[in-house]
Design a protein around this ligand. Structure first.
Ligand SMILES: CC(C)(COP(=O)(O)OP(=O)(O)OC[C@H]1O[C@@H](n2cnc3c(N)ncnc32)[C@H](O)[C@@H]1OP(=O)(O)O)[C@@H](O)C(=O)NCCC(=O)NCCS
Length: 171
């Protein structure tokens, strides 16, 4: 079943948070998932995880190794942004390839402090080993040097068009 394969991928890919098949199935039933299949097998997956106060995080973005490099993940981003224009959507990453994909689909890179406090706290859930802090909102050694938050165009307008970060100059 597709959810078992995607769940397995979340255990094998270091950039992904582990997710169990039931959670992935529930996301799809709620209309929050974009998927692609090839010969009946899942080859690409992305979903919107609820964070707090009606905000969602684009996550569990995965493309099967055999299908990478064909812009499939950007297609999934576009599907989800088209289907959920009314939702506030963010994505965080330390992966330069993912940053470039976000630019291609029109996401805006903003400071974490532009997010509502509850949302910032919810998305910055990385472990001490990665951030060097038990309170990632107060201090995080990755923030805006390696880790960036992007929001959809509609979300950026709803936030009041905060100043954008030119992360290309920082990487
Ligand atoms: C990150 C990921 C979703 C990108 O998916 P994708 O559909 O291949 O994305 P793209 O086609 O836009 O390619 C992304 C980059 O990988 C490069 N690439 C090309 N062929 C590739 C291959 N066979 N394998 C890996 N990367 C490849 C592309 O050139 C591109 O680089 P660029 O941005 O400098 O042009 C995918 O590599 C993946 O599933 N990685 C593991 C999970 C992960 O890291 N998820 C993102 C967490 S933030």
């Amino acid at each position: 079943m597709w959810a078992d394969i995607v769940s397995q991928a979340t255990q094998e890919e270091p950039a992904l948070l582990r997710k169990n098949p039931d959670a992935l199935l529930a996301q799809r039933e709620d209309g929050l998932t974009a998927l692609r299949f090839h010969d009946g097998h899942p080859i690409a997956h992305a979903t919107l995880w609820h964070l707090a106060d009606g905000w969602y995080e684009l996550g569990t973005v995965w493309v099967a190794r055999s299908h990478r490099g064909h812009d499939l993940s950007a297609e999934l981003y576009r599907d989800l942004f088209r289907d959920h224009p009314e939702r506030n959507i963010l994505a965080t990453t330390t992966n330069p390839a993912s940053l470039r994909i976000g630019i291609r689909v029109g996401m805006r890179c903003v400071p974490f402090r532009a997010l509502p406090a509850s949302v910032w706290r919810e998305t910055c859930c990385c472990p001490f080993a990665k951030t060097g802090s038990d309170d990632n909102v107060s201090a995080c050694r990755q923030r805006e040097s390696r880790c960036f938050v992007r929001v959809t165009e509609q979300t950026w307008w709803r936030l009041g068009q905060p100043a954008e970060i030119d992360f290309c100059a920082l990487l």
